[in-house]
Design a protein around this ligand. Structure first.
Ligand code: FE2
Length: 130
């Protein structure tokens, strides 16, 4: 059993941070599984085997959504931005920029869950390989 989800000594991390990290690792694993099934389905010629894999891929996507929901419930600002991006039609990037701007502007002093510098911590996630 690996402990790769931790980049700091686990015994120094608060319990909630360890749980958050576990769910981040789980989210990554579910996304990988979804992609792996997509590739397998692209090359599988047996319809019955493909049906089994399609069902399994759907299960992985359900797990992905549950992991994401858990993480969003613990990061209110991220949840607010997700609300502006998910289930919308139109330009995804445009919605993301608008949702981020609205989340930052709402409430005057910033949304709940924002970092002390007023950011949502999103910039620190760009390029992160966690
Ligand atoms: Fe899964």
């Amino acid at each position: 059993m690996g402990f790769d989800q931790y980049h700091e000594p686990p015994d120094e991390l608060p319990r909630a941070t360890r749980t958050f990290a576990r769910l981040c690792a789980s989210l990554t694993e579910e996304a990988e599984a979804i992609g792996w099934y997509e590739q397998r389905l692209a090359v599988e010629s047996a319809p019955d085997a493909a049906a089994v894999m399609r069902d399994a891929q759907g299960e992985e996507f359900k797990h992905f959504r549950m992991d994401l929901e858990y993480l969003l419930r613990r990061t209110p600002a991220w949840r607010e931005i997700a609300r502006g991006i998910l289930f919308q039609t139109g330009d995804i990037v445009e919605h993301a920029e608008e949702a981020e701007a609205e989340a930052l502007e709402g409430g005057g002093s910033g949304p709940a869950g924002a970092y002390e510098d007023g950011s949502l911590g999103i910039g620190s996630l760009k390029g992160a390989s966690r």
